[in-house]
Design a protein around this ligand. Sequence first.
Ligand SMILES: Cc1ncc(COP(=O)(O)O)c(C=O)c1O
Length: 449
Amino acid sequence: MLLAKPPAPLSTGWWFDVFGTGNRNHNRPDQDREMSASNPTDSLKDASPSPTAASAVMKTYGRADLAFVEGEGSWLITEDGERYLDCASGIAVNTLGHSHPALVAALRDQAGKLWHTSNLYRIPGQETVAGKLAGLTGLDQVYFCNSGAEANESAVKIARRAAHERGETDRMTILCATGSFHGRTLGMLAATDKPANRTGFGPMPDGFEHVPFGNLNALRDRLGPHVAAIMIEPVQGEGGARDAQDEYLRGVRAAADEFGALVIADEVQSGIGRTGTLFAYQTAGIRPDIIAVAKGLGGGFPVGAVIASAEVGNAMTPGTHGSTFAGNPLAMAVAEVVLDELAAPGFLADVRRRADIMVAALRKVASRHAGKVVEVRGRGFLCGVRLADDVAAGDVVAALREVKVLTAPAAENTVRFLPPLTISEEEIGLAVSRFDDVLARFGEAGDDS
Ligand SMILES: Cc1ncc(COP(=O)(O)O)c(C=O)c1O
């Protein structure tokens, strides 16, 4: 007998759920607009907050009909006072949870002093944060930006420019991995291994190739004097919480050195403590030439950074790159707090301890629902549960939302758990027990009687 249906609207997987490639919730905004345009008074009324269907927000996301107005630690609160346990962290962003007192104080303090000056002048906060990032990675220079895609885009520009400055003007190719996600600018669409994301946006920039994730021989076969850099996520996030493994990363570093290529670590999702170390590559004992960072660095404030060795960074001279808002005083004030909190004695060790508890609890749930779960994977608080083909991750994420636990879907039918690094043991227990309950309500794999 088929067990109880999932309680939330059915979807067909993570892609459908997040980016709304289906028609669910797509009501008639055109009709609404026509009606309001015919009567100026109505159009004024329409300027007040409206439900999703009538919203003027472009529909690039298939949004849940939920709006949060407050956050508190690991919890998000709706205008009706409903509390949701946040195990998504705005997709790996709210490193220290919501409304962390030190972050709030730093932002308030800076907001009262100065917001923006442009990069035509020195920005002392940049110098502080760059110094911390360089010190923590053993690299030398930092370029600030505003997002993950921009960080990766900048990393690629820096890698190519460094080859150009060495006189190796044919070294332009960036080798990326299958399953990778690097962002949605045109360049990063070409770097990302998701052909569907590119539909209708061509032509794509040249110079990006994909090699099988985790396969060193395949990588070595594609290396040569045309390769500027290997770009790799040490733990793939959107790709389904897939850990590249330390041995592979060591092999990537060695192969890059042998063939004269650089290593770009895309730590946009896996960095800033999410996997239990400041950066995920660090457990491999290697050092990339370039590290792209964003998401968790601002704890919820938009900021990105590219950290590079001097050898590479020196290729970037005034006028080669830039961005108006990049590294503004507000962003720097919060990034400094995030880095200081992570560097506090014992902080990351405790993240590892609590993440181990979460993974162990998820493994127990997985063994109780063996027919529905393929594996628990990922690292630290970038962990995922890959589900059997007939239990759609998008449905499980929606069902979890119904019981007020927020998670994020990922490729390979995976439900990602990305809680704030500050989540408590008790909150972990609650999230996992609700996951257990939700899985119990889904039909057994292959049971259609
Ligand atoms: C590994 C990785 N790189 C880059 C990006 C793009 O970041 P953003 O959405 O800030 O542009 C993401 C976003 O999910 C990511 O996970």
